[in-house]
Design a protein. Structure first.
Ligand code: NI
Ligand code: MN
Length: 228
C-alpha cells in the first residue's frame, strides 16, 4: 500500500494498483504552492468524500471529470455531484458497506456537520473503514471524539488510522489519542492541521504527546509518499 499526502485531509492510497483519493482539497489550500502537488495531476480511480465542506470536496468535480473516477460519498452528495455532471457516483450512508474491486468500504459515524459549498444539505458526515488484501485502515473524516469509535476497535481491527488532530473544527491531539485507544490502533497518520489559522498545531508537541501515550503519530509532509 502506498500513501501520498496532498495536504489538509487529502490523501492518495494505492491499493492493488488502484488509486483511492480521499477528500480532494488541493487548489485552494494555501500550503500547496511549492510542494509540487497539483490537482490536475493527482491519480484517482475512486474519490472518497467524507462530507460536503469545501475543504474536503473543492477539487472533486474537476478531478472526477478528468479521471472518470467513481465518487463514493453520501447519497445527498452524490445527487449534488450528479447535478454537476458527475454521473459516476456510488452513494452510501452511515452503517453501510460495499465490496469494490480494491476491497470493502464500511461507512461509520463521524460527529460533525455536512453542507455543500452552495449551502445544500450534504447528509451525514462519514468516516470510512477500508479492508483489503493489502491491509485495513480507518479514515475518520472530520469528527469529534465519539464513543462510536469503540465499535471500530471491537469489531474492525485496523492496521493504521487517519485521524484529524487540528482541533477547533474537529478533535485535537489529546482527543485523537483517546480515539486511537478506542479504535485500538497505535499507528496514526494525522490530518486536518496547519492549513488555516484555526487549526495550527505544534507538530513536535503533538508527536511527543502520542509517544508519551505509547502511540505513534506521523505528520506527513505535503507531497510525501510512504509505503505501508
Ligand atoms: Ni468539515
Ligand atoms: Mn474540514
Amino acid at each position: 500500500m502506498k500513501i501520498s499526502y496532498y495536504g489538509h485531509s487529502c490523501f492518495g492510497v494505492e491499493l492493488k494498483g488502484i488509486n483511492l483519493l480521499f477528500d480532494p482539497f488541493i487548489s485552494d489550500n494555501p500550503l500547496i504552492p511549492g510542494t509540487g502537488v497539483n490537482a490536475d495531476k493527482v491519480a484517482a480511480d475512486y474519490i472518497l468524500v467524507s462530507h460536503g465542506h469545501s475543504d474536503h470536496i473543492a477539487d472533486c468535480v474537476s478531478i472526477a471529470k478528468r479521471t472518470g473516477a467513481k465518487v463514493v460519498c453520501s447519497w445527498e452528495i452524490s445527487v449534488w455531484l450528479n447535478n454537476q455532471g458527475i454521473e459516476n457516483t456510488h452513494p452510501m450512508n452511515t452503517g453501510g458497506k460495499w465490496m469494490f474491486d480494491f476491497g470493502k468500504v464500511k461507512c461509520v459515524v463521524a460527529l460533525h456537520s455536512s453542507s455543500l459549498p452552495d449551502g445544500s444539505y450534504g447528509g451525514n458526515p462519514l468516516g470510512f473503514i477500508i479492508e483489503s488484501e493489502e491491509g485495513s485502515f480507518y479514515y475518520a473524516g472530520d469528527t469529534a471524539l465519539t464513543l462510536d469509535m469503540k465499535l471500530i476497535g471491537d469489531y474492525r481491527k485496523v492496521d493504521f488510522a487517519f485521524l484529524p488532530v487540528g482541533d477547533n473544527f474537529t478533535m485535537g491531539v489529546d482527543n485523537a489519542i483517546i480515539a486511537a485507544g478506542f479504535v485500538k490502533c497505535s499507528d496514526i497518520i494525522g490530518m486536518h492541521f496547519d492549513t488555516f489559522g484555526f487549526i495550527k498545531i505544534d507538530q513536535e508537541e503533538a508527536v511527543k504527546k502520542f509517544a508519551q501515550a505509547g502511540k505513534k503519530l506521523r505528520l506527513m509532509k505535503i507531497g510525501e509518499t510512504i509505503e505501508k
